[in-house]
Design a protein around this ligand. Sequence first.
Ligand code: BGC
Ligand code: IFM
Length: 816
Amino acid sequence: MRFGHFDDDRREYVIDRPDTPLPWINYLGTDSYFGIVSNTGGGYSFYRDAKLRRLTRYRYNNAPRDLGGRYVYLRDDSDGRYWSPSWQPTRTELDSYEARHGLSYTQISSTYRGIHAETLYYVPLGETLEVWRVRVTNRRHNRAELSLFSSVEFCLWDAQDDTTNFQRNFSTGQVEVVDGVIYHKTEYRERRDHFAYFACSEPLAGFDTDRDAFLGPYRGWETPIAVERGRASDSIANGWAPHGSHHVKISLAAGETKEIVFLLGYWENPRDAKFDPPGSQTVNKRLVRPVIERWLDGDTVERGFEALRDHWTKLLDTVTVRTPDADTDRMVNIWNAYQCMVTFNMSRSASGYESGIGRGMGFRDSNQDLLGFVHMIPERAKERILDIAATQLDTGGAYHQYQPLTKRGNNDIGGGFNDDPLWLVLGVAAYLKETGDKAILDEAVPFDNKPGSEVSLYEHLRRSVSYTLDRLGPHGLPLIGRADWNDCLNLNCFSEEPGESFQTTGNREGGVAESVFIAGLFVLAAKELAEIAAGCGFADEAESYRQNAEKMTGTIAEHGWDGAWFRRAYDYFGTVIGSSENAEGQIFIEPQGMCVLAGVGLGDGTAARALDSVAERLATPHGIVLQQPAYSSYHVELGEISTYPPGYKENAGIFCHTNPWIMIAEAMRGNGDAAYDYYRRINPSAREDISEVHRCEPYVYAQMIAGKDAPTHGEAKNSWLTGTAAWNFAAISQWILGLRADFDGLRIDPVIPGDWDGFTATRRFRGATYEIEVRQPNGPGRADHLVVDGTRVEGTLVPLAPAGATVRVEVTLTPS
Ligand code: BGC
Ligand code: IFM
């Protein structure tokens, strides 16, 4: 069952009923001002940091699930009936409804009793404000007298404090209304330089800035007293809950349309006017007001919208493919790439499943996200790499997360996730392959943001690798620390007291649990760093990284191979995890994927055996589960993993992030059918027809799909902010379609399904455009040579073309 459809030409997903199984959201903003918007207008906005600079309030875990947002109410002044044109919050049965989620914009339209309303929400490029363009059309035969009310509830900036510290916050809220603009200036007294504003293009019949005055006593968002009565009360909030609402009267002849623009914005004063109040001459007249005037203008809004669309066209044009499969095309060309950009901006901070408060940017996460967006915005990838590296410690270790506003390591979460540093090597390698910009390696980057501690980025990479080598366990495998990629495999905790949980036992000092996954990741990272070192002329270092990779490969063979698959780990007591010796948790997906990605076992048949075991034991029609058998009870010595009921999250859920590792591994062994089959099982577009089972948005990946042990097998959760986005993009575009940036050129090495007769693609790479045509005339095959502008080139690497060139590449895949 579907709840909408893809409109590929407009690059939109069109939702055609408001009661989707879960709120189906989208993101506004591309740069520093962001918002979440659901298909019914729910969501919130923030400037840079969803925790520290929250503009609007949101109530999590609510019933209904999605309440609080950018609401508009319409009221028929002839009979007092009122409704929400985005359905929520009044949930009036509308005569028509449609929500179009596009790239960084959402448009919600509906008709109710002959009044059509269409609201477009977007953030103009380079601005710190969001536009709501509301168009109201009278489709009745006679004149309509209407009232329109806007509504946002301000958050008192620090979203954590806002949710908890009422004793203070009920007295701090402050607003100011000047020339119809509502300024939310809580914290201004403390001599902070930022405020929010909410403006409207029309003359006002009234306004409200006090939530309780707008809603009325004991009323909720579905029955605001101001709307019911058809009159705002010009309230001024003094503490309690600052709110923004404009009341506009509209008189429409039959067939007439009226456009009204609202702006919700963030403003930070420049130094010379730092603490001047929003309504002052300097700030209001000279600084903010001109911006507001400009964006309240309909033509500016239209042009801004076109600019946003062009911006996306330019980004997405970097890679476009035309394959025999529409689900593949729309994910690669539109939605998967878009989701990668969203994970770039949000990391794991703000979604329908992340409060925006709990997490900042992840060290591990952001490095992996890079794999999915570096080709679209290399300059920003560079900036991101340098920010991440600046949070690294001089031991080579890392804070697990940092706050985007301060760019400082987040102490609440701490460190000790021993895989973290290695991801930096992969992130930098991806950047170098895409851009060839070796100068980044010489950038001076501090440790832990401490001035004076700067070393080259290259030195940071060295430390990432030595961090692992300095921490090997009893079997010579890397120590896992608090956890590796699997946050929930906490093997250094055990219980000394009955009733102790993994949270309280934490990461025991001196814990010697080891990770085969980190061993695989190490091999991959060391090989990449060897190539980087070689490219910089450090031949000896390159050789030593190669030797370390080889040695670790040997250790994996000796202590990490279980006979039919790679083992997962050894716990605090030296007990093997992920082995046929275990009663549960015998085989885990992560080391099968990561070891093969690193090339381990490709030469001796063990990789193939491991992948066969994945197919036999872990694959389901909805994707590949994380491990089997699921843990049926809690084991404190395994940590959080066993706290989850079987089939959910890390306890044998289909953790979608890991599935592309297996797709890539299958492609590496030349099995295009298997790689693509796994790809389709979790491709959200290919699952659109089972939206009632999948339940999350069909246009983006979710972190998890319930595994075969779960009663809700096939149900997705935690959509949007997941490494699944970047890794699936890599799996399909770089390994299955085989278009891979490499240090010395563009590699084209497709491993596609046997029944495809080929595909075409366009790839922008280092300033040149490559027009690629791949043919597979005689069943599954690989390329052993390319034809580049008519000339045969042996192998699969297209030599670098000068910037500005257009290069034609023909590839024929032949059975070996
Ligand atoms: C949570 C896990 C979760 C992971 C990623 C951890 O902090 O405890 O349950 O899977 O983060 O979301
Ligand atoms: O690897 C982690 C990731 O960093 C956050 N989400 C869950 C993954 C597995 O635990």
